[in-house]
Design a binder for this molecule. Structure first.
Ligand SMILES: [Zn+2]
Length: 279
């Protein structure tokens, strides 16, 4: 379930605790967790963590050694976590990577993920560029309003799947798509290409506002998300529609929140998000 805000929270905590620290060891328990670059594993010992970036729902740790740069990229989509030793690790058999450090506030980062195959990559710069080009479209926090308008209106199809289409906008998943659409007053199944530019402009601002607020709250802890220090995100308390089926609309319109069983469940208010309102 981690989406963009949760990945951003993870990247922030790693940055604050470990940038400038030196790797003493990088251990991989199950070889099949590594999608690419397993043979470069010994390179990481002795390198220094230079920065931590987020790409979509993935977190990339950037290391430098003798003027060479390499990355360790962890996918957080669905179930992945990066944890400090102080965080309690449930089911420790799912810790597949451990990186140990000296000179930082923490001594270790663990990559925990019950889904094993290919969720972690050890990449050089060209490898990271390829990795991102294949997977990630624009970042919703930095995309310009013009590019956002083009993405939304140039594609055929329904709006909610488009918001979650990672090669168009990278990082929004089911929870935030529902929360964004409710706040923007748009039906999940409205045809994206029919939206007026004023509607898309509003959607653009609402998207950034929701994601920024969620980051400030430490993300949403639904199911299994914990930040590296073990804390839960508090944005769940600000969810207005996600998981609120059959509860009264928080706008006070008198309707109940409904759930659509599409490919991913959509939660919406049939009055505030009337399908006919798209101009
Ligand atoms: Zn309503």
């Amino acid at each position: 379930m981690p989406e963009l805000p949760e990945a951003e929270v993870v990247a922030c905590q790693l940055r604050a605790a470990l940038v400038g620290a030196q790797v003493t060891d990088c251990w991989v328990g199950r070889k099949d967790i590594v999608r690419e670059g397993l043979s470069s594993l010994p390179w990481y010992a002795g390198s220094v963590l230079q920065g931590v970036d987020r790409h979509g729902k993935s977190v990339a740790l950037r290391f430098i050694k003798e003027q060479n740069v390499r990355y360790a990229v962890a996918e957080l989509g669905m179930t992945g976590l990066l944890l400090f030793p102080s965080a309690e690790t449930k089911h420790p058999q799912h810790v597949h990577v451990r990186m140990t450090f000296v000179g930082g506030r923490e001594q270790e980062v663990r990559y925990w993920n019950p889904r094993r195959f290919g969720r972690f990559s050890l990449l050089d710069q060209a490898g990271l560029d390829r990795y991102c080009a294949r997977r990630f479209g624009y970042d919703p926090l930095t995309v310009s309003s013009n590019d956002f308008l083009r993405i939304i209106t140039s594609r055929r199809g329904r709006l909610k799947p488009l918001l979650m289409h990672q090669q168009s906008l990278a990082g929004i998943g089911n929870i935030y798509a529902n929360e964004i659409l409710f706040r923007a007053g748009l039906h999940p199944n409205v045809m994206a290409s029919r939206l007026s530019s004023a509607r898309v402009e509003r959607l653009y601002h609402v998207t950034q506002e929701v994601l920024r607020r969620a980051i400030a709250c430490g993300g949403s802890s639904v199911k299994d998300f914990f930040a590296p220090d073990g804390t839960e995100g508090q944005f769940k308390q600000h969810h207005l529609v996600y998981g609120k089926e059959d509860q009264p609309c928080p706008n006070g319109c008198g309707q109940m929140i409904r759930r659509l069983q599409s490919e991913r469940s959509a939660f919406f208010c049939p009055q505030c998000q009337d399908r006919r309102k798209w101009r």
